[in-house]
Design a binder for this molecule. Structure first.
Ligand SMILES: Cc1ncc(COP(=O)(O)O)c(C=O)c1O
Length: 406
């Protein structure tokens, strides 16, 4: 029986229902999705309304004007399923990416698709191989499938070390490459991903998560999908398109790979608000270049300020970067929160770094003022016992939303 986590209080009725969970229910709990906001905000409660929230890689610009108008216009039809809207979006993606419609799967965010791929391609015999530091959603699911999680350090330039990934897991079922990487915002070259695909163990699959690709100069590997390789490309409307709360993501892969993922979910009707917002966003030809430019400009200004003040960080091409806290990152995160600037999170392999999301120029000015106070000792916080990102990855929520240790 898993121990209840001391950081969370459990009402007695819930405790009783938890204790009476069947083995099947326990197994289901081990496969609950772990999401970016869950990871980012596990410990954050009662956030003031005027706080600066640069802790979950959200886009402060939100949906573009056309997407907002489309959402408002479709609202009166909210009583209908309107599945034709999903078909329309799939056709639009197909035309833009040059991928056949039956090689595209749309879901309410790409986390679900990532989850289904881990279920489909890992097992006690087939491991899950990922970078460290890397996005944790997949590594939290793989143990529920009985799979070994193989974490491979990034290279010196913070790219995925594809040769080390291959060497570490001759039993690989799924290689996960996040490009640009979350949390470092650093790139892995197309050539390296191609090398991984060409040299991977027979029967394994390479999943390339391009959630942040539109912020960067990275080359997509959608060409490998078109070439019928064992490759899944994940995209989301949550980042550049500013639709995290509206929920839409998609996967592109050979139909046979998608069919294996469908065995674990998908196929439900999509929210019509998300469908029309995604369609309208894709029609806005200026959206991606404009948002890439804005993000790069704000990020560049923050980096210039950090440079001028002698603070170190890992240069990034994304909407987040790792900032050197020069000591336990938890203390810096807490001292920032005291000033209503919410940053984080921490990756166990980099305990003296905190991830920072690039917000608006005004938000980043507040960040800079608060950071200066933390680094000069004007505002401090003590380090308490906390669940870190690695520990959280081992936790699952029960049906009452209570976090338990698996
Ligand atoms: C690397 C990466 N992939 C996928 C996602 C999933 O995003 P969503 O489920 O909102 O589409 C996130 C969210 O932050 C992410 O950071």
């Amino acid at each position: 029986m898993p121990a209840l986590d001391k950081d969370f209080t459990v009402p007695s009725a819930s405790r009783r229902s938890f204790l009476s969970l069947s083995a099947a229910a326990s197994a289901a709990l081990a496969l609950r999705v772990v999401t970016e906001p869950m990871l980012a905000r596990a410990r954050v409660k009662n956030v003031p309304v005027d706080a600066v929230r640069i802790d979950a890689n959200e886009n402060p610009l939100g949906p573009c004007a056309a997407a907002r108008e489309a959402v408002a216009a479709i609202a009166p039809q909210g009583g209908r399923y309107l599945d034709n809207l999903t078909d329309d979006l799939v056709k639009q993606i197909s035309a833009m990416e040059g991928v056949k419609t039956d090689c595209i799967a749309v879901q309410a965010g790409s986390t679900e698709l990532l989850h289904h791929a881990v279920c489909a391609f890992t097992s006690p015999q087939r491991s899950y191989v990922t970078a460290d530091p890397g996005f944790e959603a997949g590594m939290s699911i793989a143990p529920g499938m009985g799979a070994r999680v193989v974490k491979v350090p990034l290279t010196k330039s913070y790219a995925h070390d594809v040769k080390a990934m291959l060497a570490a897991a001759p039993d690989a079922g799924l290689f996960y490459v996040c490009n640009p990487n979350n949390p470092t915002g650093t790139l892995t070259s197309h050539a390296d991903i191609e090398y991984l695909v060409e040299n991977k163990p027979k029967g394994s699959v390479v999943m390339v998560d391009e959630a942040y690709i539109h912020f960067s100069d990275a080359t997509s590997v959608v060409d490998l999908v078109k070439a019928d390789k064992d490759v899944i490309v994940l995209r989301t409307f949550s980042k550049t398109f500013g639709m995290a709360g509206l929920r839409c993501g998609f996967a592109m892969a050979r139909q046979e790979l998608l069919e294996k993922m469908y065995a674990y979910g998908g196929g439900n009707f999509m929210p019509i608000t998300a469908m029309v917002a995604a369609s309208a966003s894709l029609k806005d030809a200026q959206l991606v270049p404009e948002r890439k430019r804005i993000n790069a400009q704000v990020r560049g200004e923050v980096f210039a300020w950090l440079d001028r003040n002698g603070y170190s960080y890992i240069p990034s091409q994304s909407n987040c970067f790792m900032l050197d806290t020069k000591g336990p990152a938890k203390a810096a995160i807490d001292a920032m929160a005291k000033q209503k600037v919410y940053i984080g999170r921490i990756w166990p392999v980099m305990p003296t770094y905190s991830r920072i999301t690039v917000g608006t120029a005004a938000e980043m000015e507040q960040f800079q003022a608060a950071w200066q106070k933390v680094m000069t000792g004007a505002v401090t916080a003590s380090v308490g016992a906390i669940p870190n990102a690695g520990e959280l990855g081992k936790r699952k929520r029960n049906l009452d939303g209570i976090v338990i240790r698996a």
